[in-house]
Design a protein around this ligand. Sequence first.
Ligand code: ZN
Length: 510
Amino acid sequence: MAEHIDKSRAAARYRAARDVKALRVSGWRKCWQHAALGASLAGLSGCAAGLRSASGWEQLTTEHFQIRTDVADVTARDLARLLEETRASLLALGWPRSKVPPSRTDVTIFAHRGAAADFLPGNASGVCVRQPPFANHIVFSLNGGRLPETVAHELSHDLSGWFMPIQPLWFAEGLATYLQSVRYDRDTGKATLGEVPAQIVRMERTYSREGVGVRALLDSEHHPEFTEQNQAFYVGSWLLVYHLLNEYDEPFGNFQMALKRFVPWRTAWDLEFGKIPTEQLDREMSAVLHNNSTRSVVIPETKFEPSVRALSVAETHGALARAAMIRVRDSRALIEREVERALALEPNELLALSARFYALPTTRNQRADLARRAVAGHPTQALSWLMLRETSADVGERDRASARAVQAEPFSGAARLARAEDKLATGHEVEALEDAVLGVRLTVPTARALHTYAIALSANRRCAEAESVAAAALSAASAVERGEWDRAKSSAEIWCSTHDYAGRPRLAPP
Ligand SMILES: [Zn+2]
């Protein structure tokens, strides 16, 4: 639990880390300019061009996205470009001079709201789901030809997770809401950030009445449901991040640096902001809404040509089965329907096989059969090998399967974490750590992922870092998750207490 964190040691490590100026990551440098730019697809014609299958769906693959869509080809290509531009803008403004994440995101775009209604929860125009071993997945429907702001918001979560895998809730939502205002102007090549989002402006009056104070924001553990009343949480988080970026550049940069190094966020907060009463921040923040500051940067134009292919009818049903997995409830009938339609036409259709494997009840034999068919039909996809690995209890077989998964997709976080587990099981600690370092950044850091990372660090005799990772996970976890995170911490501690600093097992555990 949180009390277990050795604050003074963590603080000392953190101070040491903070002083390494060369490692400054955040790059949130001030660069204020007023600009009103917009990149939207408004005005694009809906005329279809190019190839289409009987299903009317196609798949576009770019450097960082795999898009499945039923929107007209010309629009789809433009959306693919806009997604890459949005990603490049977020990185250039948010993390300049940093190594960019090599991850790829899955995207499903519905041309019409009506067709998406079965898949998107409530009134949402778009959602993002992180369901390892699948790649992070953004699903949305076009909104009058525009990319919904949800897309930039969700993309921001993905990108910030690469730099800072463990984030407290207020910071994660505040940063994503701040970054969702990104705009890219193709004519000038200029990316701009920091306009007050329309959603925030609408909420301003409500916020001043029912605003969430800084103290409550910091203590928030649970994601509020996306309802009108709880918008106050998003407004408050946005306001706090926006204010810290503008007025506390240096300490807030240090704070982000600490998150990058897995310092428990409360420790970092206390060191950087501990002397400022939260009431003072509350007062300062109430003036922020009237101060509309933006920053912008020109990003180099990238040559861009997606590879495009028509999806077969079976593949389209597979893609819809996968999209149905994003629903929190009542998804089973929909997944079953799409899986059956896909497999009737193409018995080894991968997304349908994997939807049945991960989302529908199956027996052990059925799972083994699904995995075998996936590998037979799609040996170049990490997902096939990860399914096969899950059906085997044999250490050697699992190790071979995860190696094939990484070979197929070197930047699949799930594949990296699977191989890290297998390398640990077969006594290859150094390789395990290399995979775990990438794995926790490329996918959502679940308790299991952080557990693997902490053990890999301990096994490499990096006990202090292992402890810090586990403590950082605990400090950002909600009460529900804490038991799971705590397991990571105790495993790391047990490993370190039973092995000496040369990695040799101690004769008698202390
Ligand atoms: Zn969010």
